[in-house]
Design a protein around this ligand. Structure first.
Ligand code: ATP
Ligand code: MG
Length: 407
């Protein structure tokens, strides 16, 4: 096995001043959780650096797991040998043979941490570079601007050689900054919002509104499949889904309010319910996939009027992105193909012919006074379904007795 360990570099964490320790600890906890299945791994944490000792585990599989951890700037596969020149030359040659197969410019950079080593850093770099070049004629030395740098670090307990730096997801470790409720539809935007909010260290529960029998189990399944794709970033690989049966409330809106205001008032109801679910579940923000100007309910005036029902912060991670940019991310996080499956959404069933684009707050309040919407909201919450979704597993329904303790 060529690689002995992986050197992990934290991202933005290093900027966090006094909180640095807790950010690092949360990242390490997440790494250990994601790598739990690799039983032989050992971890060395000396604060500035974090090493994962492979002990024969497959480095490609381990790096795949690291690709789901927010908070990592990069990681480097590292080979180790004894600190003597022959061993270093030999290992450098092997690393280059494994990693560099095409014509590339390169240089060797040595850091002699062990000052008892009998040669200077520059001397080691020169000797190693000429040894590697002799065996790999496709390499060209370029010390100013090389495509690849072979790093040699000489320490008293051994010499570490690394070349490949894999760029991680960046961001902050999930769970670091509390919890939010993500309004998850079956569309393209809200799963991308879920990716971005987790990237900022926020853990999420999902809230979905369904309108049976107008929406089918297929649309619910979509929501579970989307959640499954996002669960791999959660610290325990699990995200909870709250499903709200929304039909009765929607019909009441339809029966009691002018058609052009249906969507505006429906969305005000969604926010009211989201706030209640959030408060019961220790969440302090609501997140959604709203995007400025995308549809009638997302004009600035609509956003103002809809937002007015809650004082809870609403974070809209994709608010200012173009659809093309959102789609690019959706493809990268593998939610796009699920999102474009044909389905019915609760928003698409009672769509007015001419939705108002500049709704007025006074009118919303007046129309809402036509019926006892609070009773409908209470009924929605009473009939909530709770489903836990684990990455790589089918969804699991939480029994109604357990839900009782949540609400
Ligand atoms: P698209 O990607 O096609 O725009 P969307 O999911 O963004 O789909 P919109 O009608 O633009 O749909 O809704 C804006 C936001 O409102 C969504 O991103 C989502 O956060 C929330 N939302 C809409 N419908 C639902 C629903 N049925 N359940 C939960 N949240 C919803
Ligand atoms: Mg949208």
């Amino acid at each position: 096995m060529l690689y002995d360990r992986i050197l992990v570099k934290y991202g933005e964490l290093t900027l966090k001043g006094k909180n640095k320790a807790s950010f690092i600890n949360q990242t390490i906890r997440t790494i250990k959780e994601k790598c739990k299945k690799f039983e032989k791994l050992e971890y060395i944490n000396n604060f500035e650096r974090f090493y994962i000792i492979l002990n024969g585990e497959d480095y490609e599989k381990v790096t795949e797991a690291l690709n789901n951890v927010f908070g990592l700037h990069s990681y480097s596969l590292t080979a180790k040998c004894e600190s003597n020149l022959e061993a270093i030359k030999d290992l450098a040659k092997k690393v280059v043979e494994t990693e560099i197969k095409v014509k590339t410019t390169f240089k060797v950079e040595t850091n002699r941490v062990d000052k008892n080593f009998p040669m200077t850093s520059l001397e080691v770099s020169k000797v190693v570079a000429s040894h590697v070049l002799k065996n790999s004629p496709h390499l060209i030395v370029n010390v100013r601007n090389p495509e690849i740098t072979l790093k040699v670090e000489i320490r008293s307990n051994g010499t570490y050689i690394m070349t490949k730096e894999i760029i991680g997801l960046g961001g902050l470790p999930v769970g670091m900054d509390g919890k939010g409720i993500l309004m998850l539809s079956g569309g393209i935007d809200s799963p991308v919002a879920g990716f971005f909010i987790q990237k900022r260290g926020v853990s999420i529960d999902m809230l979905h509104f369904s309108s049976p029998p107008y929406t089918s189990d297929r649309s619910k399944q979509k929501v579970f499949d989307l959640t499954e794709k996002l669960a791999k970033y959660a610290p325990k690989n699990r995200i909870r889904v709250f499903n709200i049966p929304f039909t009765k409330l929607q019909k009441a809106i339809y029966d009691n309010c002018p058609e052009s205001y249906n969507i505006t008032i429906m969305r005000r109801m969604m926010y009211r319910i989201a706030e209640k679910v959030a408060k019961k579940n220790k969440a302090v923000i609501i997140i959604n996939g709203e995007n400025v100007g995308q549809v009638a309910s997302q004009t600035l005036q609509s956003m103002y009027v809809i937002n007015n029902v809650t004082s809870m912060p609403i974070i809209r991670p994709v608010a200012t992105m173009d659809k093309i940019e959102i789609i690019k991310i959706a493809k990268k996080i593998e939610t796009y193909d699920i999102s474009i499956r044909p389905y019915e959404d609760c928003c698409t069933i009672f769509v007015p012919k001419h939705p108002v684009t500049k709704p007025e707050l006074d009118k919303c309040i007046e129309y809402e006074n036509n019926f006892d919407y609070e009773a409908y909201i209470t009924e929605c919450i009473e009939n909530i379904e709770v489903i836990d979704v684990n990455a790589g597993n089918p969804p699991k329904i939480v029994s109604s007795s357990d839900i009782g303790s949540l609400f």
